[in-house]
Design a protein around this ligand. Sequence first.
Ligand code: KG4
Ligand code: ZN
Length: 340
Amino acid sequence: MPDLIMGIETSCDETAAAIVEDGKKIISNIVASQISIHQKYGGVVPEIASRKHMEYIIPVIDKALDESGKKITDLSAIAVTYGPGLIGSLLVGLSVAKAIAYAQNIPLIGVNHLEAHIYANFLEHNEIIPPFVCLIVSGGHTSLVYIRYFGEYELLGQTKDDAAGEVFDKIAKFLNLGYPGGPIIEKLAKEGDPSSIQFPRPILNDKTYDFSFSGLKTAVIYHLKELEKRNKNIPVSDILASFQQAATDVLVEKTIKAALQFKAKQIILAGGVAANTSLRREIKEKANLLNIKVFYPSTFLCTDNAAMVASAGYYKFKENKKSSLSLDAVSRLPLESNNY
Ligand code: KG4
Ligand code: ZN
């Protein structure tokens, strides 16, 4: 009998439920996005997010079951994101998951959201084998992690200020382009010249694997303000292409450096910004020259979804790593705290 895991994800602004068979086969994957609701505020409003999760969660779970053709009694376990994320949002998914686990008498498996982003890769790529280096780039995180064995995470570096996705979002907000900024900026940047403006590449050449993006964000916003002040024409696409190039350069360079130092032959990208085609292309080009393979999830699995939660949950389930029904939501939850 295959193991059917239901995943539930409510850590930010997507209410999601999915059913995955044996950690690999996505049977259903439902995401109810709140983007249009938060768009007018230029970012996620936590209070609104948790209310919307309450409204959406049961219909989303019902739809995931419906589309899968499975019954709730067919589930082997229920996996749920319990952190990191917005506490009020996390609590909605976690409470429902606990109720289902209790009522169906099946294991509850708490999953770290960052680990789930990594496991999005394992839904599609069988060839990934540790050791490898993973760059997690999302709206809330930018971390470089070394994975010597499955489930064991060594944090090499992380952002000291803004996350990469956050900077895409903030620049888009400044320009009134909408939310989330990543896909919008990527689209506009395609029309621009990435070498037109030399924005800073913060801490590119230091000895750490840390990142810093707030200086880059300020430089872009300052540049825009200056042009505005002088009533100059604003070449938005050139500016966005140059910004994207600066951010990509830092992410690619540090990730490749880590892979070389740790002699990893594989690099994995994870999180919403891993959907960025410029980042994907550039890291692949550089890694290819060094005989390092690069993997990333399909675009729809890069951003928040519950299939990745079910995938991470499946491997925990197989190792009997069940959570107690008293599991609490944790807003700040380091990936390394999950080491087996
Ligand atoms: O992983 P995710 O869905 O949520 C978090 O866990 O944060 O990531 C969302 C982030 C947002 O900041 C969004 O602007 C960014 O990922 N993003 C992108 C792209 N698609 C989403 N950034 C750059 N290029 C993209 N194509
Ligand atoms: Zn995420």
